[in-house]
Design a protein around this ligand. Structure first.
Ligand code: BT5
Length: 263
């Protein structure tokens, strides 16, 4: 990707400034450092490849140059948004789902809290990180990685969950920049609706495993505390709502969702 095409392609979107790297550690790190300056809301960092791309809990995110998208939006939350930092990953997920539907008629789903799946394989990972000044939330960095070409899909030994790419699902090549534009365009379309009923309706419409029995790994330690239940929906603060075998409703605030293994 060259910087001129990037700027030209995104010129119609409300993005005040762009930093583009052929190679960098993590676009989230660049955006977080940028947020310490007077960088404006919706500034964008894009990289062709990342050497230390990351997921949640210090996990690694792999970005293959020319085959994948890796970008981060620096967001200065408005007073209306500031109370909902936990909903931005879903906003990113919704933007990706909508772009894939509008451009390619691909049906994608959001695996709570932060993955986008096509046919139950991960095509996109999202990491939202907050920058605090004392107790004030000064910015949010919304990082999105999308597998475009087949060569972007890491080998199985690197994966916790099966992965795919847009080209693998479509069976033809696609333009990286076109997808970046579509995702950002739908992000800006959805952003004013964050936390509105229509936002939760759209999230639930795209929610993976709705009505199915899942296991949510919430422990992250050797003594995993798993929560089992049937997926009911999303709560107004972005928690995953489950119904237990005894019919009780549970809410999960953090974790990794898998279909419940059959014993
Ligand atoms: C995520 O975390 O999926 C969030 C990934 C966010 C990446 C973007 S790229 C731009 C920005 N800059 C960054 O440094 N990060 C953001 P999590 O749910 O914890 O999943 C991480 C797991 O996904 C890893 O442990 C691997 O199993 C798997 N993985 C790594 N690279 C992958 C890829 N390219 N495609 C599919 N799965 C991958």
């Amino acid at each position: 990707m060259d910087e001129y095409s990037l700027r030209t392609c995104l010129a119609d979107l409300p993005i005040p400034d762009i930093q583009h790297f052929k190679i960098t550690g993590s676009t989230n790190d660049i955006a977080m450092a940028w947020s310490e300056t007077d960088a404006a809301d919706s500034s964008l960092v894009v990289a062709d490849t990342q050497t230390t791309g990351r997921g949640r809990l210090g996990r690694r995110w792999i970005t293959i140059s020319g085959a994948a998208l890796a970008f981060s939006l620096l967001l200065r939350p408005t007073p209306a948004e500031i109370g909902h930092p936990g909903l931005f990953s879903a906003l990113g997920g919704l933007a990706v789902c909508q772009a894939l539907k509008d451009d390619f008629n691909l049906d994608a789903e959001i695996k709570w809290p932060n993955d986008v799946l096509i046919k139950r394989r991960k095509v996109c990972g999202i990491l939202t990180e907050a920058v605090w000044q004392g107790s004030h939330l000064s910015s949010l960095v919304l990082g999105i990685g999308i597998n475009i070409a087949s060569s972007s899909v890491p080998p199985d030994k690197e994966l916790l969950y099966p992965a795919t790419s847009i080209e693998q699902e479509l069976g033809r090549t696609v333009e990286l920049l076109q997808i970046l534009h579509s995702v950002l365009q739908s992000f800006f379309m959805w952003r004013p609706h964050l936390a509105e009923p229509v936002f939760f309706q759209a999230w639930e419409k795209h929610l993976a495993f709705l009505g199915e029995w899942v296991q949510v790994k919430t422990g992250f330690t050797s003594s995993q505390e798993d929560t089992d239940g049937q997926v009911v929906g999303i709560s107004s603060n972005g928690n995953l709502r489950l119904r237990s075998a005894s019919g009780e409703e549970l809410q999960v605030t953090v974790g990794d969702v898998i279909l419940r293994p059959v014993h």
